[in-house]
Unconditional design. Structure first.
Length: 76
């Protein structure tokens, strides 16, 4: 039986994935807040504003991510 080796991801990819996970959690939190009944227009506007910022961050965190992932797959 082959012993499993510990795979260490590229440091840049690891950092980007951690940041992406954090921003995904933030976006999900905001989406869930929008599902609360009885929110005022001001509350909805505030949540949507935060969600807009979160989507910009998500877009920034995913720029070039596919290339890094592909590079990592090739390295493995």
């Amino acid at each position: 039986m082959k012993t499993a080796e510990k795979i260490i991801l590229n440091e840049t990819l690891s950092i980007l994935l951690k940041e992406l996970a954090e921003e995904c959690q933030e976006a999900l939190k905001l989406i869930l807040q929008l599902q609360v009944k009885g929110l005022s227009s001001e509350q909805i506007a505030s949540i949507l504003s935060e969600l807009a910022v979160s989507t910009v961050h998500l877009h920034a965190h995913t720029a070039g991510l596919q290339d890094l992932i592909n590079d990592e797959i090739e390295r493995l």
